[in-house]
Design a protein around this ligand. Sequence first.
Ligand SMILES: [Fe+2]
Ligand SMILES: [Fe+2]
Length: 315
Amino acid sequence: MLGEAINNNAKTAALPYNFRETLVASQKVNWRIEDIIGGDKQLDFTKPFMPDSLARVSKLEFLNADEKLVLNQIKGHTYLQIFGLVEEFILPFVLDHVRPSLDEDDYRVRAFLQFAGEEAKHIQLFKTFTAEFHKTFPVKCDVIGPPSAVATAILVHQPLAVALAILLIEWMSQIHYTDSVKDNQDLDLQFKSLLKNHWLEEAQHAKLDTVMVEALAEGMTEAEIEAAVNEFLEIGSFLDEGLKQQTIFDLEAFERATNRELSESERQEFIAVQHQANRWTYLGSGMTHPRFLATLGKLSPAQRQRIEEVAPVFG
Ligand SMILES: [Fe+2]
Ligand SMILES: [Fe+2]
């Protein structure tokens, strides 16, 4: 037993993060959905739901203040959908990653199961917020998907490519809160709480996903890592296509909600600005995260440089 414990410690010493510490941290954070939304915790539709650095509504100068607020809230709805969507492929991927080695390291198994359990909770959290949103918001807002089809399309890619996409998403959730939400006093309290609580649990996911990426890349040649990054970029392009379609859905929801029909030039500007806002929110902010780039650079400095060259497209 003692020998085994020492052996396990020796094994984890080489890892960038420790499974036991990650598990303890996540157990401390662990919150309940009903503590965040529902009951007396109602969305306040007089307030914005998203920080403007992500929503980029203020750039659309042909909208008045009320219209900007409506669009901001539609973008909040979109955030719930996009995160709900990506978490539906993260959940089975994490379960598949841990399933073949349930007997190897108890802390590793528990840390990854906790990770998966939290993603299942987050999916339900985003659905609960969506239901609350529709109790008040006057029109329907279409969304890309269904999530199961998106998950199927992404999970055909090799594990390292998917794990890199997940790593990008985990770090993205971190920078959204620390850079744009934490010090913002204007946001609806419930949305701010959602972004804070998501950040708290995703902090552990980012660490576990870093370990997962390193484990999957172990022993790979430079050419194999390049092939995985090719597929990672294919996942990025696939998601980007979805974001473009979502921008059009958001435009249609905006016109329905405000009873305003935009002119052709306004529509074009709306789509250009809002697609780029979505690119930054859901791809670029993760792709440029220093911790994401550090992990990629550890696998291959050349592939890190390649991603840094592509990143401005998603800026
Ligand atoms: Fe999550
Ligand atoms: Fe996560």
